[in-house]
Ligand binder design. Structure first.
Ligand code: FES
Ligand SMILES: [Fe+2]
Length: 361
């Protein structure tokens, strides 16, 4: 049984990873999403197209040189089967008749907010209007740094990591963690209709971790709000607001003296036990300050890699207990458990593969 939820949109790449076709040549971009090898390329009109990365002839990858793009086709590098942007084979070597079955599986694609989203599952169920949004990544008035790290762990471990930020105090101390994160209780709110989850932690008077002290210039203690918005199974936004203690938003909701950061994660299964960890940090201050961008990029990547290391360890532990295992959950886990439930519901069943046995004390 699979733990990957299908009939869902997943982030496959950043738009900038799939270059425009200046000159018409180049090689397709390949990435495995939910266990499916997919090749991506832009047509001469700039549209991203996604299709199986396995040639129907002998399965040579179309994203692998010497496979290459020629105008609006991709030519297999092994024997030359040639496919159009719709995945249909238009030429084969040594004969004029192209077998009718010679077509690649195509995937619905949407490019939005700097991400390339691909629909995994029954393409008839793909609704482009249901792609969750992270508008700040491509919005005027925000500056974004971003990256992607390979994670040798199942996606659910990253989802649950991100929904319980109390771990910042321990795993990320010296970067984004201070004692107040673990000490402050959370509120959890599930919108059953929309299928989204909110987890909030508001710290009235907290230490300012280096991540915010160095990027904002605040020297004293801060009010720190963490409002997580998660759209299962894969898009996570952390609305972070920091300000010197005593600085509050205006009555009209404006907050000119607060500093706002949107930390976005797209959590895309590569396989059952490996994950693409897309991360982005958008800010509404120091927009043109390259040193702040460089610092936030380096600092957030360091934090992501701390999670990657810890979750890699956890994956090995969990994989060694395939028949299930006992956990002990406490208040801090309320958000993670809600996410588990929503994802299980999306999967159309109450349980996922190798379900952890949770108990609440
Ligand atoms: S494997 Fe692609 S043409 Fe033979
Ligand atoms: Fe973390």
């Amino acid at each position: 049984m699979t733990s990957i939820v299908r009939d869902q949109w997943y982030v496959a790449a950043y738009g900038h990873e799939i270059p425009p076709r200046d000159g018409g040549g180049g090689t397709a971009f390949g990435r495995t999403i939910c266990g499916e090898p997919i090749s991506f390329w832009r047509t001469s009109g700039g549209e991203v197209t996604a299709m199986s990365d396995r040639c129907v002839h002998r399965r040579f990858p179309l994203s692998q040189a010497p496979s290459r793009l020629v105008e609006d086709t991709v030519v297999c590098g092994y024997h030359g089967f040639t496919y159009g942007a719709d995945g249909v084979c238009v030429a084969v070597p040594g004969q004029t008749r192209v077998p009718r079955a010679a077509r690649l599986r195509r995937y619905p694609v949407v490019e939005l907010d700097g991400f390339v989203w691909v629909f995994i599952g029954d393409p008839d169920r793909a609704d482009a209007g249901s792609v969750p949004r992270a508008p700040w990544l491509a919005l005027e008035g925000w500056t974004t740094v971003c990256g992607r790290e390979p994670l040798a762990a199942r996606a659910s471990l990253l989802v649950e990591n991100l929904l319980d930020l109390s771990h910042e105090t321990y795993l990320h101390s010296g970067h984004i963690g201070t004692p107040e994160v673990a000490e402050t209780s959370i509120t959890v709110d599930v919108d059953e209709q929309a299928g989204t989850l909110r987890v909030s932690r508001h710290m009235a008077d907290a230490g300012c971790p280096p991540f915010y002290a160095r990027s904002t210039g605040i020297t004293g203690r801060i009010t720190r709000w963490q409002d997580i918005e998660f759209t299962p199974p894969c898009l996570y936004r952390l609305h972070s607001r920091v300000a010197p203690v005593g600085v509050v938003p205006n009555a009209d909701g404006g907050d000119p003296d607060g500093f706002h950061v949107k930390v976005v994660y797209a959590i895309t299964p590569e396989t059952e036990t490996s994950t693409h960890d897309f991360w982005a940090v958008a800010r509404d201050f120091a927009l043109d300050d390259a040193s702040v961008s460089a610092y936030l990029r380096e600092s957030n990547r360091t934090v992501v890699l701390q999670d990657v290391t810890a979750l890699g360890v956890l994956e090995r532990v969990v994989a060694s207990e395939p028949d299930g295992y006992q956990e002990l959950s406490i208040n801090i886990d309320t958000g993670s458990l809600a996410a588990r439930r929503l994802i299980a519901r999306l999967a159309g069943s109450a349980t996922l593969a190798s379900p952890p046995v949770a108990s609440r004390r």
